[in-house]
Design a protein around this ligand. Structure first.
Ligand code: ADP
Ligand code: MG
Length: 246
């Protein structure tokens, strides 16, 4: 089982869009896939038309009073299941703080899943917190969307140190440029400069700013499902191929 996390300290950079499409693509290849929406805002849950409700909430899951398995819901896609968000996830940091093995609890929980899953995708809330440390422990690969504004690149540097400083086996880190608007000079400059900086592992595939990606919220489906031959879907396929190979 491979665990991927769509992660960035920042919000609004494309984490959820990435998790939803890549999880859908993984499942479309016949891999049994589980997407866990860890963000109390529940955007990924909404995208799959599932109610953002987990009985017993984050507390029940973290304490082990409620098995993770009971919270899993089916989606419209055969090999793709969803572990929904719940509003109580806003307190997940406090729950984790109370737990034994506070930085490894998420990893343990994922380990307790039924053995049927080939791929687990975590859609993370924007933060750098105890939750994020848990994500570092649990994930094999972090998928990091970067919007090509200077600050977002600085955030990426912070994230790289965060990963490097942590005391555990490091996840692979695959960043990619998200919501790129090549008509903006700054975007072009940042994309070109980081590509030449050998330190960062940045995917060749960029996801441009495309209105069809925004439409996922109205359609309540992955763009790779409702417009499989669109440019957006093609680029997510390329990105998934790069992430999978990392
Ligand atoms: N490549 C893109 N082009 C245009 N809009 C995008 C793109 N990626 C995401 N969006 C939109 O930007 C907003 C934030 O994206 P989202 O994936 O929810 O980011 P995050 O999970 O990091 O907060 C959403 O309204 C989404 O529809
Ligand atoms: Mg999100």
């Amino acid at each position: 089982m491979k665990v991927y996390a769509s992660y960035n300290i920042k919000g609004g950079v494309g984490k959820t869009s990435t998790a939803v499409n890549l999880a859908h693509l993984a499942s479309a290849e016949g891999r049994r896939t589980l997407l866990w929406d860890l963000d109390p805002q529940a955007a990924a849950t909404y995208m799959f038309k599932v109610k953002p409700r987990v009985k017993g909430g984050g507390h029940g899951l973290v304490t082990g009073k409620r098995p993770l398995e009971d919270a899993i819901r089916a989606t419209d896609f055969g090999d793709l299941d969803l572990l929904p968000a719940d509003f109580s996830y806003r307190n997940l940091d406090l729950e984790l703080d109370d737990a034994k093995k506070r930085t490894r609890r998420l990893d343990q929980l994922i380990g307790s899943l039924p053995g049927v899953y080939d791929v687990v995708f975590l859609d993370c809330p924007p933060s750098i917190s105890l939750m994020s440390e848990n994500v570092l422990h649990a994930a094999d690969t972090l998928v990091v969307p970067l919007v090509p504004a200077t600050l977002s690149v600085r955030t990426f540097e912070q994230l790289k140190s965060f990963v490097a400083d942590s005391d555990k086996p490091r996840p692979d880190l695959v960043a990619f440029f998200s919501m790129v608007d090549r008509r903006k000079r700054l975007h072009g400059q940042v994309v070109d400069s980081i590509a030449r900086d050998g330190g960062a592992r940045v995917a060749r595939t960029e996801i441009p700013a495309l209105s069809i990606i925004e439409q996922m919220a109205e359609r309540q489906a992955p763009v790779t499902a409702f417009a499989p031959r669109s440019r957006a879907a093609l680029l997510y396929q390329r990105l998934w191929a790069e992430v999978r190979a990392a």
